[in-house]
Design a protein around this ligand. Structure first.
Ligand code: ZN
Length: 267
């Protein structure tokens, strides 16, 4: 299992595995790993190739493609509201299903080998993040900002010194906002985006976990506009049903989309 590693600036790396981006940030004293992917390969060994600083591991949220590799570490910080998601969504069978469904699309010949290579989970300690908590890495600090929406326990990490914010799945091209995936009502999500924009004077760059990793705070505005148009009823979506999902999709140009439970859902 090879990871794709891209340096994004001083002591900051993107580590990509299976269409999801994790981020590693090193300070003079400590390093921080943001998310752990689906638990393919040896992420811990990959991190140790990039930094020898004592490592803090955090999750932006509890979905399988972000918390699925938590078991490779002794302790992981996340929002307490996503503790249960990080358990039921990240079992070996859920991780196998995730890897199978993703590889079936873009690398079907690798699917069985990749699924067979997944290691069973082992227990690790979950530590609860608090709003405004600051992780001091030495010469840089990361602040926790709670942003419920994509999940109840979604959080962002603000690196004020380098004017970057790590947004997990809170700001993506394709926004998943279905309650069966632990997402909140759309109105809760909009409040979180407003909260991020209110802090917009403190960052220029948005770092996403899916698609092109480097974005701008303009992306927050775009996503908020899309969701507000759904809430106001200005746009219509398409009902989409398959054995795995029952949702409504709203497309906004070629790049952006929102899926949620549909017009009858609590907004
Ligand atoms: Zn997610």
């Amino acid at each position: 299992m090879n990871y794709e590693v891209r340096q994004l600036g001083k002591d900051t790396w993107m580590i990509r595995s299976m269409m999801v981006q994790m981020f590693l940030i090193a300070g003079t004293e400590k390093a921080m790993l943001i998310d752990t992917g689906a638990g393919m390969g040896n992420l811990k060994a990959q991190v140790e190739k990039l930094t020898d600083k004592p490592l803090i591991v955090v999750n932006t949220h509890g979905h399988v493609d972000h918390a699925g590799g938590n078991f490779q570490f002794k302790e992981v910080w996340m929002h307490a509201d996503d503790f249960s998601a990080a358990d039921w969504m990240c079992t070996l069978s859920e991780r196998q299903e995730y890897v199978r469904s993703r590889l079936a699309v873009f690398a079907p010949e690798q699917t069985q080998e990749a699924v067979d290579s997944l290691q069973p989970c082992v227990d690790y300690e979950k530590k609860a993040l608090t709003e405004g908590q600051v992780f001091d890495l030495g010469d840089r600090e990361l602040e926790v900002i709670f942003t419920p929406g994509h999940t109840h326990g979604s959080v962002c990490f603000l690196d004020r010194r380098y004017r970057r914010i790590f947004t997990g799945d809170t700001v993506n091209y394709g926004m998943l906002l279905q309650k069966s995936y632990e997402c909140t009502a759309l109105s809760v999500y909009v409040e979180s985006l407003k909260k991020l924009l209110a802090r917009g004077g403190e960052f220029d760059t948005v770092l996403r976990c899916h698609g092109e990793p480097v974005g701008t705070k303009g992306d927050i505005q775009i996503v908020m506009g899309m969701v507000q148009r759904i809430i106001s009823g200005e746009v219509s979506g398409e009902h989409f049903v398959n054995p795995m999902r029952d949702c409504w999709n709203y497309n906004f140009g070629q790049k952006y989309s929102v899926s949620y439970d549909g017009p009858d859902a609590e907004l």
